[in-house]
Design a protein around this ligand. Structure first.
Ligand SMILES: Cc1cc2nc3c(=O)[nH]c(=O)nc-3n(C[C@H](O)[C@H](O)[C@H](O)COP(=O)(O)OP(=O)(O)OC[C@H]3O[C@@H](n4cnc5c(N)ncnc54)[C@H](O)[C@@H]3O)c2cc1C
Length: 364
């Protein structure tokens, strides 16, 4: 049986970030992924933004926004081929819930954390935008990061001097206090690796993996929230951050040969084997696009759609209000060497790896 310092379960952005961080520190790591490619879970279904999260300021998540903006600056500087800073347009109408002064305040805080200035688009330039100008009050223009999540995850993994095992589904974790044995299924056979620590970066499958520990450790209660995007064949020229009719936030951006619109937030109670886009989400996104944009679209314009699951804390708050902060969980009694990653962001994968390191370094 091969022996490692760390077994990482999941080749999404969290697992990739962890593999890069720990192998750069000289630890011997293996990544086990159930699918045949990296980023087959949430990390190819995101809004593909490397952002501070302007709207998290509404929930007073200042530390998260600050950390994310720092990560954004790093990624824009060191991965310019995959992460770029672009102008975002944020229109406010007479009926918008967020008033211009609120957005001004939010963007001022954003600027304070990132030193990227914002401005408002003069009224005589509004006609150049893709959006309806009736009842338009103000349009802010600010900078944020865009990426493509799957190439980003693949790139991060390619940087690592670690072992990668695809089509390897973890089925059992035995924690013997001094070391762990992880059993996974590959090519119809059960294989095993041993390591000092196991990092469970299984995204929405996090509790499923944790429940495969023989000692049954405590798990965190989570809400899985489905977010859908549609890709349409009509084009917009700029990136927009619009307030949906139900006051949520939706991004609209040029993407490949079309326009990417998303996301939605719907509680998910189905099987993790069927993470599909609900038809009602497609209609919701079309409706909101048509409400704000000069060009109108129908179902016929939809050329692709995808959905991913956010791992959010189980509480009474609406999905939109729940914290996006990552949680690193460990049950010191029943599985002392297994660390599980709950939630987090594409943007902050490096910060997550640093936080995990702080927790596990004494065990390495
Ligand atoms: C709709 C939506 C939009 C988002 N938009 C943004 C955004 O614009 N910017 C941003 O910063 N963040 C965004 N996020 C958050 C971000 O996408 C996620 O935090 C991130 O992708 C999660 O990565 P992960 O590696 O934890 O999970 P995943 O990408 O889901 O990876 C988990 C991996 O574990 C594997 N796995 C599971 N079980 C097993 C097992 N038993 N054995 C082996 N492998 C296993 C899975 O196959 C999967 O590949 C968004 C999230 C959603 C849902």
């Amino acid at each position: 049986m091969k022996s490692y310092d760390i077994t990482i379960i999941g080749a999404g952005i969290a697992g990739a970030g962890m593999a890069e961080f720990f192998s750069n520190k000289g630890y011997k790591c293996i990544v086990l992924e159930q699918f045949s490619h990296p980023a087959c879970g949430t990390s190819s279904k995101s809004s593909k933004l490397i952002h501070g999260g302007l709207r998290y300021l509404e929930n007073f998540e200042f530390a998260l926004v600050k950390e994310s903006l720092k990560e954004r600056a790093y990624l824009v500087k060191y991965l310019p081929q995959i992460v770029q800073l672009k102008s975002f347009y944020l229109p406010l109408y007479t009926h918008s819930k967020r008033k211009p002064w609120m957005v001004f305040l939010g963007l001022s805080i954003y600027t304070l954390f990132s030193w990227e200035k914002f401005s408002s688009v003069p009224k005589n330039e509004w006609h150049r935008l893709d959006i309806e100008t009736k009842d338009l009050l103000k349009v802010y223009k600010y900078k944020d990061g865009v990426t493509d999540d799957k190439p980003l995850t693949t790139h991060v993994l390619e940087q690592c001097a670690c072992s990668l095992m695809f089509d390897a589904r973890v089925e059992k974790i035995e924690d013997f206090k001094t070391h762990c044995i992880v059993s996974y299924e590959k090519d119809g056979m059960t294989q095993q690796v041993t390591s000092k620590v196991v990092i469970n970066a299984a995204g929405p499958w996090v509790n499923e993996v944790l429940n495969s520990c023989t000692q049954k450790p405590d798990t965190l209660s989570i809400d899985l929230v489905l977010g859908s995007h549609i890709l349409v064949d009509t084009k917009v020229d700029r990136i927009y951050y619009i307030e949906a009719r139900d006051k949520r936030a939706i991004f609209v951006r040029p993407y490949h040969d079309g326009t990417l619109i998303g996301t939605t937030e719907v509680h998910f109670n189905s099987s993790l084997q069927h993470i599909d886009v609900p038809p009602s989400d497609i209609l919701y996104l079309i409706d909101n696009f048509n409400h704000y944009f000069k060009t109108k679209i129908t179902l016929e314009n939809v050329i692709n759609s995808f959905a991913g699951l956010r791992v959010l804390p189980e509480d009474d708050k609406s999905a939109f209000k729940k914290s996006r902060e990552v949680k690193i969980w460990n049950d010191p009694v029943n599985a002392p060497n297994v660390y599980s990653i709950y939630g987090g962001k594409l943007t902050s994968f490096r910060a997550t790896a640093r936080k995990v390191y702080k927790k596990i370094k004494s065990k390495l």
